[in-house]
Structures are given as structure tokens and as C-alpha cells.
Design a protein around this ligand. Structure first.
Ligand SMILES: NC(=O)c1ccc[n+]([C@@H]2O[C@H](COP(=O)([O-])OP(=O)(O)OC[C@H]3O[C@@H](n4cnc5c(N)ncnc54)[C@H](OP(=O)(O)O)[C@@H]3O)[C@@H](O)[C@H]2O)c1
Length: 253
């Protein structure tokens, strides 16, 4: 189990207050890491801390990472408490669905600011702390949460969302090249359908149909997401960088 142990590691998860981010935060805590979760709403952060505390040390620092100044402030706040960061998960994300003819410009700005620009600016803001937590033998880890929507076209009218996810996959590849000599790995996880607020309406309307179309026959579970994040963050995952890993029950293939 030492291969997957995160004892002594410091992890930051944006959007860690619910959904996929919370699944990952719980996995890190159970593997022994200290975890910082961040989202816009302080009360959501407090509620998540109350829920997660039974698994280990978790701290909420509210920030709106769709603005660069907030990305910098988040890194500063973590830097006041920790000398180094070993794991950064860029998970906070949003979607927008609308007919092509009605799709507003604001839906491009909102979704790209959060899903694409934030992973870039958060990663840049955390680089000094990540470099302090990195070594040749045990690199620091950046995990970007992409989506299978960025791997294959779909009929969903989420134009800016799927584009943002394909772009975040490419950003992952680019940053992995640049940061490898600095002993930082950068990988992306591309989830299929998982239960969350973002997916609640879709799953309520067509969850059973959706599960039937998944080759493995079900929606993703919290452990499926915790598992890949712990793998990528632990000694087990130290020789991967620049990969885009679908965690989707086989949909993307
Ligand atoms: N669920 C799925 O099936 C699925 C599939 C593929 C990919 N994904 C990806 O997985 C990630 C998480 O999605 P989810 O399904 O867990 O969604 P979710 O339940 O809506 O959670 C989104 C999280 O991001 C936070 N957030 C939203 N806007 C923010 C901002 N401007 N700054 C900081 N935090 C912000 C939210 O908290 P606040 O509202 O408090 O800010 C919340 O913690 C996203 O990148 C999504 O695209 C999800």
C-alpha cells in the first residue's frame, strides 16, 4: 500500500467542496494527505470541511479562480500555511447548454475563464510552492480535470464546454513538456458521467439510459475518481506526464 501512500503530502483541490473535487479530496485524505479545498462560497467550504474532517486534516480557502488575482491570492493563502505543495488539482469547472442560434457570448467567457484560463493561472500561481515540493525522485503533480466531452464530439449543445475541455487537454500536454525539467508532472483526467450538481439534471432525466450506453454499464462512483487521483499523485504515478486518462467506463473507446 506504500505505493499509494500520500502521508505528509500537501494537496490543493479547486472546486473541492462538492462533486468530483470532493471525491478527490476524500481520496487524498484517506491516503494520508493534508488537503486544501477551494471554491467561491465560504459556506459550501465550511460544509465540505465538516463532512470531510473525519478522514483527515482539511482546510477551506474560498476563491473565485476564474479571475487571475484570485488564483494568486489562493496560492498566497496556502503559502502562509505551508512551505510546499505536492499536488494541485485543477478541478473547478462549469458548463452551459443552449441551442446554437441562441448560445450567448457570455457563455463563452464564463466557461473559458473557469475551465481553461483558471488551470493555467492557478498552476502558474502555485509553481513556486510546487517546485519546493518537487524532486527528481518524487515529482510534484498537477492534475487537470478535463472531460470525455473534450475527446469526442457529442450532440450536447455545450459548445464552449467541450471546446474548453479539448483545450485543457492540450494545455496539459504543453505544460507537461515545459514543467518536466522542473520535476512537475502534468496529467489530465477525462471523466465520463459522475454524479454531481453539474450532472444532476442530466442524470435525473436520462441517468438509466446513460448508464446503459456506458460499456461497463454504470455511472462513475466516488472511488473511481479518488482512485485515479491517488494513483497519479502517489509513488505509483510518478513516471506519467502529459497523459489524458479517460475514466469513463469505456465510453471514449
Ligand atoms: N460530473 C461529471 O459527470 C463530469 C464529467 C466530466 C468532467 N467533469 C468535470 O469535473 C469538474 C467538476 O465537476 P462537477 O461535476 O463536480 O461539478 P459541480 O458539482 O458543479 O462542482 C463544481 C465545483 O467548482 C466550484 N466552482 C464553480 N465555479 C467556481 C469558480 N469560479 N471559482 C472556484 N470554484 C468554482 C463549485 O463551488 P462554488 O459554487 O462554491 O464555487 C464546486 O465546488 C469540472 O471541471 C467538470 O467539467 C465532470
Amino acid at each position: 500500500m506504500d505505493l499509494f501512500d500520500l502521508t505528509g503530502k500537501v494537496a490543493v483541490v479547486t472546486g473541492g467542496t462538492r462533486g468530483i473535487g470532493m471525491m478527490i479530496a476524500r481520496g487524498f485524505l484517506q491516503a494520508g494527505a493534508r488537503v486544501y479545498i477551494s471554491s467561491r462560497k465560504a459556506d459550501a467550504g465550511d460544509a465540505a470541511v465538516a463532512e470531510l474532517s473525519e478522514f483527515g486534516t482539511v482546510v477551506s480557502i474560498p476563491a473565485d479562480v476564474s479571475q487571475e488575482a484570485e488564483c494568486i491570492r489562493l496560492a498566497e493563502e496556502v503559502g502562509k500555511r505551508e512551505e510546499q505543495v505536492h499536488i494541485l488539482v485543477n478541478n473547478a469547472g462549469a458548463t452551459w447548454g443552449e441551442d446554437l442560434e441562441k448560445f450567448p457570448e457570455s457563455a463563452w467567457d464564463k466557461v473559458l475563464d473557469l475551465n481553461l484560463k483558471a488551470p493555467f493561472f492557478v498552476t502558474r500561481a502555485f509553481l513556486p510552492l510546487l517546485e519546493k515540493g518537487a524532486s527528481h525522485e518524487d515529482p510534484a503533480r498537477v492534475i487537470n480535470i478535463g472531460s470525455i466531452a473534450g475527446l469526442q464530439p457529442s450532440a450536447a449543445r455545450t459548445y464552449s464546454y467541450s471546446t474548453s475541455k479539448a483545450a485543457v487537454h492540450q494545455l496539459t500536454r504543453n505544460l507537461s513538456k515545459e514543467l518536466a525539467p522542473r520535476h512537475i508532472t502534468v496529467n489530465a483526467v477525462a471523466p465520463g458521467p459522475f454524479e454531481s450538481k453539474m450532472m444532476a439534471a442530466t442524470l435525473a432525466a436520462a441517468g438509466d439510459e446513460m448508464a446503459k450506453r456506458v460499456p461497463l454499464g454504470r455511472i462513475g462512483r466516488p472511488d473511481d475518481m479518488a482512485g485515479i487521483a491517488v494513483f497519479l499523485s502517489s509513488r505509483a504515478g510518478s513516471y506519467l506526464t502529459g497523459t489524458i486518462i479517460p475514466v469513463d467506463g469505456g465510453i471514449a473507446t
